[in-house]
Design a protein around this ligand. Structure first.
Ligand SMILES: C[S@@+](CC[C@H](N)C(=O)[O-])C[C@H]1O[C@@H](n2cnc3c(N)ncnc32)[C@H](O)[C@@H]1O
Length: 333
C-alpha cells in the first residue's frame, strides 16, 4: 500500500491518536491530526530535515525496564551498550542540542538538561497526588518530560503541545527508546485548542503565562478545555510582593526577549477568577536558583547565573526582581 505524506508524518503519533479516539476527548482528534500534519509537512525550522534524518538513524534497542516515576525518566536494556554504541547514541542525541528539559537516562546515556525538571515535577506531584487514570493536557510542554512523569503518577493519557519544533524532535528521539503510546508532543499552541470541547481532567500550564502577550486570554482558553471538576496546575513567574502589582518588562527580562507580564499573587488570582476558575490555592513559591537552571554539556549556551546581577543575586542583569515562581491549583468554576 502506498502511504500518503500525511500518513508518514502521522506515523509516530498513530498509536497515541488511536487511544485518543477511544477517550472522552475524541472530538479533538480531527483538529489535532490536521494541525500536526500541516505543521510537519511545511516545518518552519531550518534544522527539521537534519533532525529527521538523525531520528531515522537511531538504533533499535530492546527495552528491558522503563522508569517514568523516577527523576531520571529512562530505559535500560538487558545488556549495557558497549563503549562504541554508547558513544554513537550520545553523539546522536547531542545532535538535538540544546536540551532544556530533563533529565533522561536512555540506555546508559544521561541527558543532563539545563533545567532540573524533576525538581519542578516534585513540587507539582506533591500538590497533585495520584493522577488516578486522569486525561492530562500539558500546554507548552517542552520535550514531554512532565508527560512521562504524569504517566508515572497514574495518568491514563497525556497530550503535550508545544509550538517549538525542536521539542517535538526531542520527544520523538526520546520516545523512540521509551516507546510510550500514551503520550504525544504535538506542534500546537494554546490558540489551536481554543473552543475545543471540555474533556481533560488535569491541565498543566507551566512556564507559559509570562510568554503570552495577553495572559488573561491564555487562561480563558484553558478553562473550557477542562471537564467539570477538572483542575488546572498553573506555574508562572510572580512578583513576591503584597497587593496588586504587575511588571511588564521593557526590553529583556533575565535576557529573555519574550517575557511580557509578571503579576503579583493578588493580580494572578484576579486573572484566574476573571477566567472562571475557583478554589484557587497557592501550593508552592520557589526562588529559581542556578542549581535548578544551569549550563551543562547538554545546554552549552548561557544560563541563569549569567542573567543575574553578579553583585546582587536578587536582581536580574536588567535590574528587575530575580525569578520567583508560583505554582497554583485551581478548579474549573
Ligand atoms: C519556559 S518554557 C516551559 C516549558 C515547561 N512547561 C516547563 O515548565 O519546564 C515555555 C514553553 O512554552 C512554549 N510556548 C510558547 N508559546 C506558547 C503557546 N502560545 N502555546 C503553547 N506553548 C507555548 C514554548 O515553546 C516553551 O516550550
Amino acid at each position: 500500500m502506498v502511504q500518503s505524506v500525511a500518513q508518514i508524518i502521522s506515523a509516530p503519533f498513530a498509536p497515541f491518536f488511536a487511544h485518543w479516539q477511544q477517550s472522552g476527548a475524541a472530538a479533538w482528534l480531527p483538529r489535532l491530526r490536521a494541525l500536526t500534519q500541516a505543521r510537519l509537512q511545511a516545518p518552519r525550522h531550518g534544522d527539521w530535515a537534519r533532525w529527521m534524518s538523525l531520528l531515522a538513524r537511531l538504533p533499535d534497542i530492546q527495552a528491558h525496564e522503563r522508569s517514568f516515576a523516577q527523576p531520571c525518566v529512562g530505559v535500560t536494556s538487558a545488556q549495557p551498550l558497549d563503549a562504541p554504541a554508547h558513544g554513537e547514541l550520545r553523539a546522536a542525541l547531542m545532535g538535538l542540542h540544546p536540551w532544556r528539559k530533563g533529565p533522561f537516562c536512555l540506555h546508559g546515556v544521561m541527558i543532563d538538561a539545563e533545567w532540573r525538571s524533576d525538581w519542578k515535577w516534585a513540587r507539582a506531584a506533591q500538590a497533585l497526588g495520584d493522577l488516578d487514570n486522569a486525561m492530562v493536557l500539558d500546554l507548552g510542554c517542552g520535550n514531554g518530560y512532565y508527560g512521562y512523569r504524569a504517566l508515572g503518577a497514574g495518568a491514563r493519557l497525556v497530550l503535550g503541545i508545544d509550538p517549538g519544533l525542536r521539542f517535538v524532535a526531542q520527544f520523538l528521539a526520546v520516545n523512540h527508546f521509551l516507546r510510550s503510546d500514551r503520550l504525544a508532543v504535538l506542534p500546537l499552541a494554546d490558540e489551536d485548542l481554543a473552543d475545543q470541547a471540555a474533556s481533560v481532567d488535569l491541565l498543566l500550564s507551566m512556564g507559559v503565562l509570562y510568554h503570552r502577550r495577553d495572559p488573561l486570554r491564555h487562561l480563558k482558553i484553558l478553562r473550557p478545555l477542562l471537564q467539570s471538576g477538572g483542575r488546572l496546575l498553573l506555574e508562572t513567574l510572580v512578583l513576591d510582593v503584597s497587593g496588586d502589582a504587575l511588571l511588564e518588562p521593557t526590553g529583556r527580562y533575565a535576557q529573555m526577549r519574550n517575557v511580557y507580564a509578571i503579576p503579583s499573587m493578588t493580580r494572578l488570582q484576579a486573572w484566574l477568577r476573571a477566567a472562571g476558575f475557583r478554589q484557587i490555592e497557592l501550593v508552592d513559591l520557589t526562588v529559581t536558583t542556578s542549581a535548578e537552571q544551569r549550563g551543562t554539556d547538554w545546554m552549552r549556551f548561557q544560563s541563569l547565573a549569567d542573567f543575574l546581577d553578579p553583585t546582587d543575586l536578587g536582581r536580574t542583569c536588567e535590574g528587575y526582581p530575580a525569578p520567583v515562581r508560583a505554582m497554583l491549583i485551581a478548579q474549573r468554576g
